[in-house]
Design a protein around this ligand. Structure first.
Ligand SMILES: N[C@@H](CCC(=O)N[C@@H](CS)C(=O)NCC(=O)O)C(=O)O
Length: 82
């Protein structure tokens, strides 16, 4: 099982795409969630790591992936493999 960490905030529609994918793939309880609007240190980390402050961003074993569609596709693929 890979370590999965989602940087997000709930009001973001692109984040909802990823949250829906986590429901669909039943991975939602396997992820640590960081709301970057509530935790500015996480937002700072996101910007430091990626040069972007946009969410969603899924860290997969510490490696950041942006773009809701790419993340959703990756989750569906990964759910088939585990
Ligand atoms: N193409 C990106 C768009 C992501 C995006 O625009 N996210 C917005 C929130 S909905 C964002 O992070 N804006 C910058 C900010 O809120 O600081 C995706 O599909 O993930």
């Amino acid at each position: 099982m890979k370590k999965l960490e989602l940087y997000y905030y709930p009001e973001c529609p692109y984040c909802q795409i990823v949250l829906n994918a986590l429901e669909e793939t039943r991975l939602k309880d396997k992820v640590s969630y960081y709301n970057i609007r509530q935790d500015s240190s996480r937002r700072d980390k996101l910007v430091n790591d990626t040069g972007r402050g946009t969410v969603p961003c899924l860290y997969i074993d510490g490696k950041p992936m942006h773009e809701s569609r790419d993340i959703a596709n990756w989750l569906h693929q990964y759910a088939k493999e585990i």
